[in-house]
Design a protein around this ligand. Structure first.
Ligand SMILES: Nc1ncnc2c1ncn2[C@@H]1O[C@H](COP(=O)(O)OP(=O)(O)O)[C@@H](O)[C@H]1O
Ligand SMILES: O=P(O)(O)OC[C@H]1O[C@](O)(COP(=O)(O)O)[C@@H](O)[C@@H]1O
Length: 218
């Protein structure tokens, strides 16, 4: 059974109300990164935040979540997607939707290969995606980015490594596609995100640089 939850994980994205209903931006064409494994879906906001996806009610009336999102409203964000646990039909369509919506929103879009294992291992498992990376996948079974079960993610140490890898890549939002186990893991990760960042700072893995002393930030 595939579950899908999509939330922003960093600061609240702007809730732009726009009549712009099309994805008219010309997509870039890039390298397709794929593998042959299966999957399921959830996205978690690292620091809590607004929903990125809105809905229309069954009778076509716009609900409070029904506004369209304007193109380019998430510039500066990094949105990553992974598939985890048992695979399920529809995972590739969900991956494609996340990547293309992220690009539409102006964010950098990333695949994380092999589920939480790829997130914990980092390196080549975290790959920048393009519009064409997800072409020709919606009819395929399983998941083109691979799925896995990852014991390390059950432990805080594993999740600390995962957090480090996300920060290193500038990834601010994570979409986890999986079943109840994967979503439980995502919820734990979301809940302890701030304390993971604190620990990375305390261990000197990352340094906090005040804006005033960072020339490239001014
Ligand atoms: N309680 C948990 N805490 C942290 N990570 C978890 C937890 N439960 C599951 N996970 C992560 O999600 C992965 C997939 O979970 P699993 O239950 O095997 O599949 P599914 O998502 O299909 O239910 C696990 O291998 C583990 O990495
Ligand atoms: O491989 P992509 O780029 O994801 O596109 C797949 C989609 O493109 C199509 O082949 C053609 O779509 P349109 O008819 O909307 O142009 C669809 O059948 C399919 O859903």
């Amino acid at each position: 059974m595939m579950n899908t939850v999509v939330r922003g994980m960093s600061e609240s994205p702007e809730r732009a109300e726009s009549p712009d209903r099309g994805v008219s931006e010309s997509p870039d064409r890039g390298v397709s990164e794929s593998s042959d494994k299966g999957v399921s879906a959830s996205s978690q906001g690292f620091e809590g935040g607004a929903h990125l996806i809105r809905r229309m009610s069954m009778d076509g009336q716009t609900t409070s979540e029904g506004a369209f999102i304007a193109r380019g409203t998430q510039r500066g964000k990094g949105i990553a997607v992974l598939t985890s646990g048992g695979d399920a039909q529809g995972m590739n369509a969900a991956v494609r939707a996340v990547i293309r919506m992220s690009i539409y929103l102006g964010a950098k879009a990333y695949f994380i290969k092999e589920g939480y294992q790829g997130l914990v291992d980092g390196g080549d498992h975290i790959v920048l995606a393009s519009w064409s990376s997800v072409s020709g996948i919606i009819h395929k079974g399983g998941t083109v980015i691979g799925s896995a079960r990852c014991m390390e993610f059950h432990e805080r140490d594993g999740r600390l490594r995962a957090a480090k890898n996300l920060v290193k890549k500038g990834i601010t939002n994570l979409v986890c596609i999986g079943g109840d186990g994967s979503l439980t893991g995502a919820n734990i990760f979301r809940a302890e995100w701030i304390s993971l960042l604190d620990e990375l700072l305390q261990k000197g893995i990352f340094l906090l640089i005040p804006m005033t002393s960072c020339h490239s930030c001014i």
